[in-house]
Design a protein around this ligand. Structure first.
Ligand code: HEM
Ligand code: SF4
Length: 553
């Protein structure tokens, strides 16, 4: 370090002392002893490079996230997850917003068994957490959506192979998330990833070339940012896509901020540099010029809802999307899904951003038989509209940051709203139990950031409550939701949101006028009135500038 080197945060110093990937042999050593007290604090942090987080209450049991590019897995891989959940990972199995499985309650001594079981079916948890390129996401209907421009599967697989276990990228300033879209029915989550590829086509040397536009600097958490288009087009060629991904990631590695953990994501560098300067640096790293972005692009639509029966682009084939309650799935249900994928499909299962599960490649002639199977009566393809897209973060009892239980609370809330309002369009409600935003609440139609408030009866038991963010969106009109109310008691929420959604339904101009469009036309004060808080300033009280409701004394 020189005198001009900025002061590094403690995690940076740990990473210089020993790379995250180098902790593997220590994990085996710790597992052999089985004594959690032997694990040093810095090694515990490095466990993340192998997809492991110390579950609450930090007494020797772990959460493990699988690396599953694009959320696509085979039936055999699903069976391996079942085996783990029934033997060494007895906690809840969750489908996550980045299209993978998360297992809980793994004892330190059982970690090697978990690694070996995953490896035996070609899976791993490598770099599923940590300051590294994470699981690459895509559309859950990649390669099967009828109106897709490019099949993104070879691209996200190539990126995954390039990034995983590569020491060039094992010490990035912070987590690094990548997405590849195909265009078509359900766009991927390009605006909230650090690096995203979205399809386009342009004329180069007299020929129409299909390829990707490139976006950088999206990310959620405390200060959400939407990705910026850096005005680059690369042809749909595996080497070209990997080459630019490498250059962008190295620029981030070398110039990204390492002073403060909460100011280290790529989004902060992009906010300071702007897209053009970042582009110039990428060109420097590449050593050759880049094409400007394509303007001929497909519409980017994001509904988050691929539950149901949909025709694939392949003739006579369908995918069937199953509704999993806020991503909580039992080992028996996964086993049955694997069996059905073998019997009716092509032994393939997919996981979606809305924490649901898809069975693709179902022949038209077998649809009725599949729909009559017992599993589809439990995880219903025609489940209620709001429950289909409700998303909840891990929350209590597993997450150390959590203030409230999320999965059941969000599921019940969505169910109550489905009872109150019959919607014919998707409405995405996402709940996180702290500002980290693991449920992606900032880009939901209705985003909920849970917390607790004092109990009015004066007792020590705090009550669940939530901030309400409205009008978030992905796709072409990507928007960060506006925080219109804070600390709303959970017990009042179903009624308040019921009023709001009913008002939307009554006021919308057509089914195309979706919740986010309508919310954009309303002022914060209007939205608060629809939430049932009365006029902005009434005899009952007043809204503060921060958005909380002060009752008149
Ligand atoms: C400093 C701590 C953390 C921060 C800042 C953080 C932030 C985030 C953010 C912003 C996402 C959004 C996903 C996306 O970009 O698409 C996410 C995803 C997620 N987070 Fe966290 N998180 C933290 C810790 C945790 C912990 C402790 C848990 C669980 C015990 C957790 C569980 C998840 C899950 C399940 C996802 C879904 C994504 C995946 O599969 O990779 N997070 N996190
Ligand atoms: S949002 Fe907060 S409470 Fe929820 S899983 Fe993420 S870190 Fe935990």
């Amino acid at each position: 370090m020189t005198a001009t080197t900025p002061k590094l945060n403690p995690v940076e110093l740990q990473k210089l002392e020993k790379d995250g990937l180098a902790v593997l042999e220590d994990i085996y050593r710790y597992a052999q002893s089985g004594d959690i007290n032997e694990v040093t604090e810095s090694d515990m942090n490095r466990f993340k490079w192998y997809g492991l987080y110390h579950d609450k209450p930090k007494d020797g049991f772990f959460m493990l996230r699988v690396r599953l590019p694009g959320g696509i897995m085979t039936a055999d891989q699903a069976d391996a997850i079942v085996h783990l959940a029934e033997t060494v990972a007895p906690g809840r199995v969750e489908i996550t917003t980045r299209q993978t499985f998360q297992l809980h309650t793994i004892a330190l001594r059982d970690i090697p068994t978990v690694f070996e079981t995953l490896e035996s079916v070609g899976l791993s948890s490598i770099e599923a957490c940590g300051d590294v390129p994470r699981n690459v996401v895509s559309s859950p209907v990649a390669g099967i959506a009828a109106d897709e421009w490019i099949d993104p599967r070879p691209f996200f697989k190539a990126l995954d192979e390039h990034f995983a276990y590569n020491t060039d990228y094992s010490n990035l300033p912070r987590k690094y998330k990548v997405s590849v879209a195909g265009g078509g029915l359900d766009a991927t989550q390009a605006p909230i990833n650090d690096l995203s590829f979205t399809p386009g086509r342009k004329e180069i040397d007299g020929e129409i070339v299909l390829g990707y536009n490139v976006w950088v600097g999206g990310g959620l958490s405390h200060e959400p940012h939407l990705a910026q288009n850096i005005d680059v087009f690369v042809p749909a060629d595996l080497d070209a896509v990997v080459e630019i991904a490498r250059a962008i990631t190295l620029v981030y590695r070398d110039f990204g901020y390492r002073e403060k953990r909460n100011h280290a994501r790529l989004k902060y560098l992009i906010a300071d540099w702007g897209a053009e300067r970042f582009r110039e640096e990428v060109v420097n790293y590449l050593g050759h010029p880049l094409e400007r972005a394509a303007t001929d692009v497909p519409p980017a639509v994001y509904s988050g809802d691929v539950v149901g029966v949909f025709r694939q682009k392949q003739p006579n084939l369908y995918w069937v999307g199953l509704l999993v309650p806020t991503g909580r799935i039992t080992p028996a249900q996964i086993r049955e899904a694997a069996r059905l994928s073998r019997e009716y499909g092509q032994s393939e299962i997919r996981l979606t951003h809305s924490q649901n599960l898809l069975l693709p490649y179902i022949p038209e002639a077998r649809l009725d038989a599949l729909l009559a199977e017992p599993l589809l009566q439990e995880l219903q393809p025609n489940g209620p509209r709001i429950q289909r897209t409700v998303v909840a973060c891990t929350g209590l009892p597993y997450c150390n940051f959590a203030t409230i239980e999320t999965k059941e609370a969000a599921w019940q809330l969505a169910g109550a709203l489905d009872q109150k309002v019959e919607l014919d369009v998707p409405l995405r409600i996402h709940l996180s139990a702290c500002p980290h935003s693991c449920s992606q609440h900032s880009i939901a139609d209705i985003g909920l950031q849970g917390g607790v408030i004092r109990n009015p009866d004066g007792s020590k038991n705090k009550l669940p409550a939530t901030d309400i963010l409205l009008g978030g969106a992905l796709g072409d009109d990507a928007t960060i939701g506006r925080r219109v109310a804070t600390k709303v008691p959970w017990s009042e929420l179903a009624d308040r949101l019921g009023n709001l959604v009913t008002t939307y339904q009554a006021q919308r101009t057509s089914p195309e006028d979706q919740f986010r469009h309508w919310a954009k036309r309303q002022t914060d004060d209007q939205l608060r009135v629809y939430l049932g808080f009365g006029e902005p300033e009434t005899e009952e009280g007043v809204w503060t500038e921060e958005g909380s409701w002060n009752k008149s004394r």
